[in-house]
Write a protein that binds this ligand. Sequence first.
Ligand SMILES: [Zn+2]
Length: 87
Amino acid sequence: MSVPTFFLRACPTCGRRLEVAVQHLGRDVECPSCGSRFATSIIPSEEFEDREVERVLRDAERYLATVDEWNQVAEAWSDRQSASAPP
Ligand SMILES: [Zn+2]
């Protein structure tokens, strides 16, 4: 099961922001507010996707840095444990 992805598109007639499912990008959609049909383009969404990807990558980097820190703490802890362990 795939999670549906939506992109925000402003209706050129009434300006209402619509959520367009990713599979409808590049096709005509009907505005539920004013009923006008307009074509959704894929190009503006790529900018949005880039920002999303950048954000996800930053989150991933932060997460990895946290894991690194924890690994260092765990290593220091196990060093101390073995150093103070009785023979
Ligand atoms: Zn509209």
